[in-house]
Design a protein around this ligand. Structure first.
Ligand code: WT7
Length: 656
């Protein structure tokens, strides 16, 4: 479909009616909106009642703004709810995971009964290493079954996992380990990417040089490469876990027991340790998975194509699907490991029926061309989901036509690390969908769009997205920093949760998410703050000053563009600008991780500043996106901007 045609469709207010096939048999029936609206807290309690509790809660919400407790007098075990209860219900032979390796032909199938044994052994091993309830355990692992087993084993013991994306640097890992004082780390020797081993253990060794409190490191052998070893601290998984008993009787913990920490970027250089507690989080993710993805555990094969290093992996690979007893595909590799049609081979071979991914991946697959999906039988698919950033209508339409065969509903799900689970999304079989819109707050969720003064905007208007009532999966705060929690989320509009996103309500009242309105960038669905990247740049000895902006990018949504002034000595020494630019890009990748590598670095003798000394980021964003520059009269030196714009034009983009 051409852009122009698409525009025309959109202008007509194109929407896709709910699928008739879904309407009959969907897990969510239209009456739930009214039921939930009549008494949201009672509705959430009825959802919580579907978990297996050791002590059934009598309490629902206790709200001491901005601190919420849900179901606080109940006790349960998260791992039991994900695994043991299905085995106890006679579903032990049901497949939990079809794990598919990066290399074609390598796979593992794990049933719920096998998962129970693996998790029990891992829990016994962690106990032996000294892990007890309340301890923080860092997890730095590739997409292998042991990663899921580890998370389940940790929460089984009432310990707290802090999963750090394996693409993050040693420095990023150590700062997260230190911030929440993790005393244990679970990792692997390496990972496979497009057939090549890529080491992980060296980053852990480097990180731990500054983490003296770490007592034990458990290492899965995945690639078989040489690793350095610290006797007494390091333990091989196959030596410690495999010899453990396959039985582990689990304890129960209070609903408000902390379950995990997930670091995410805010507007400062220091990532925030967002923490979630057990009962509310599990209620939220299991309910949303059941109703939004319409999972039928006996029929569906679900594939959330995300990494466990992000919240999507936590909520919709591990906890939401497993509580529902779903069968899933878990994939280790990249979308083009083994060829550009690898995903579609996986869908065909495993009869995947529910696929959940990010717009950036959809755009990449779209660029590779429709012939790749067309060469495979994708008729098993019945529902498609997207998450992580606003999806452009063109990508939405491609997903619908080329992947969904024009028949699968698409759920565009808006949420955040902080929200625990999905808050805004269509419900299949109920909601008519519009290409690019997240549509409607989930039952039991009170969202609003407000203007600068906090007043609700009307249909057809835009503003800031807020949540006006607490929900079960809501973060309970920033680990160790309650003040920052209040300040970041609850002070902009008193009494309301401020998400940091711009949004619009269209003439029909549907929600459209418009992207971050703060200094948070969204690179391929990953959050990074501009300040974080600036700090990384100025930590290089040659850099005097740096300003970073997120510029729109056809594939990654946003891309990092950095404006850098060098120290005089560095400028004198290096005549070769290309070399220093490359060095700086590599430096950022080393400090934060490859996802933070700037697409482009512009060396400039000066940065545009207001008279009060603030860097004019808005102007730099205009420059980076080739927009005409507005009013520059507030600058100390307006000519700086034109000079930078000139520099932009003479420099080509770097292309990796
Ligand atoms: C930010 C949260 C939620 C898991 C992945 C990202 C953006 C997320 C959507 C969507 C438009 C979206 C927002 C949000 N975002 N989903 N469907 N449409 N924007 O989690 O790293 O915590 O990032 O991602 O800007 O604030 P995260």
């Amino acid at each position: 479909m051409t852009e122009a045609k698409l525009e025309a469709l959109l202008n007509e207010g194109r929407s896709f009616a709910p699928s008739a096939q879904f309407a009959q048999q969907a897990n969510a029936q239209p009456s739930i909106y009214a039921q939930a609206a009549a008494d949201p807290v009672a509705w959430w309690k009825s959802q919580a009642d579907q978990l297996t509790w050791t002590t059934t809660p009598t309490k629902s919400l206790e709200w001491d703004l901005p601190f919420a407790k849900w179901f606080s007098d109940g006790t349960l075990n998260a791992s039991y709810n994900c695994v043991d209860r299905h085995v106890a219900a006679g579903k032990g032979d049901k497949v939990a995971f079809h794990w598919i390796a990066d290399a074609e032909g390598e796979s593992r199938t794990i049933t719920y009964a096998q998962l129970q044994k693996l998790v029990s052994q891992a829990a016994n091993a962690l106990s032996e290493l000294g892990v007890v309830s309340g301890d923080r355990v860092a997890v730095y692992m590739p997409m292998i079954p042991e990663a899921v087993v580890t998370m389940l084993a940790i929460v089984r013991l009432g310990a707290i996992h802090s999963v750090v994306f394996a693409g993050f640097s040693a420095e990023a890992l150590s700062s997260r380990i230190i911030d929440s004082d993790c005393q244990f780390v679970v990792t692997a020797d390496g990972a496979f990417r497009r057939g090549a081993p890529s080491p992980l253990k060296p980053a852990v060794d480097e990180a731990l040089a500054s983490c003296p409190n770490v007592k034990a490191v458990l290492v899965v052998r995945r690639t078989g490469g040489e690793v350095d070893w610290k006797d007494g601290r390091d333990h091989w998984w196959h030596e410690v876990v495999d010899r453990q008993s396959e039985e582990h009787v689990c304890e129960s913990f209070p609903a408000e027991h902390t379950m995990f920490i997930m670091y995410t970027s805010g507007t400062t250089a220091k990532p925030k340790g967002i923490f979630h507690t057990t009962g509310g989080y599990l209620t939220h993710v299991s309910t949303t998975y059941r109703l939004i993805f319409d999972v039928k555990p006996d029929l569906d094969v679900c594939w959330t194509a995300a990494d466990i290093g992000w919240i999507t992996g936590h909520s919709y690979i591990v906890y939401g699907p497993l509580i529902n007893g779903a069968t899933q595909v878990m994939y280790e590799g990249l979308p083009d490991s083994g060829g550009r049609d690898r995903w579609w081979k996986i869908v065909e071979e495993n009869k995947v029926s529910i696929l959940y991914t990010a717009p950036t991946t959809i755009r990449t697959l779209m660029k590779w061309g429709g012939e790749h999906p067309a060469g495979h039988d994708l008729s098993t698919l019945r529902l498609l989901g997207t998450v992580g950033e606003p999806i452009n209508p063109e990508a939405w339409m491609w997903y619908r036509e080329h992947i969904g065969g024009d028949r699968c509903p698409i759920v565009d799900t808006w949420w955040q690390t902080e929200t625990g689970g999905i808050l805004i999304s269509p419900l299949p079989g109920i909601t008519a969908t519009k290409p690019g819109a997240a549509m409607t707050p989930f039952p039991g969720i009170s969202a609003d769009i407000v203007d600068n003064d906090g007043n609700s905007v009307g249909n057809g208007e835009g503003g800031y997205l807020v949540l006006t009532q607490p929900w079960p999966g809501m973060t309970r705060g920033i680990y160790g920093d309650p003040e920052r929690f209040k300040e970041t989320y609850w002070s902009r509009f008193p009494g309301k949760y401020f998400a940091g996103d711009g949004a619009k309500r269209d003439k029909d009242g549907a929600y459209w998410l418009l992207g971050r309105i703060d200094d948070v960038m969204n690179i391929s669905g990953h959050r990074l703050s501009t300040t974080e990247v600036e700090h990384a740049l100025v930590s290089h000895p040659s850099v005097a000053e740096a300003a970073v902006v997120g510029a729109s990018d056809d594939t990654t949504g946003q891309a990092i563009v950095a404006f850098v002034t060098l120290r005089l000595s560095a400028e004198d020494a290096t005549g070769d600008q290309t070399a220093i630019v490359e060095e700086l890009r590599t430096h950022v990748a080393k400090v934060i991780g490859p996802i933070a590598k700037p697409r482009q670095i512009i060396l400039t003798p000066e940065l545009p500043k207001t008279r009060s000394g603030k860097i004019m980021r808005r102007l730099l964003r205009d420059v980076a996106e080739n927009r005409s520059l507005g009013d520059v009269t507030t600058l100390t030196d307006p000519t700086v901007v034109n000079m930078i714009a000139g520099l932009m034009e003479t420099k080509g983009d770097s292309d990796d």
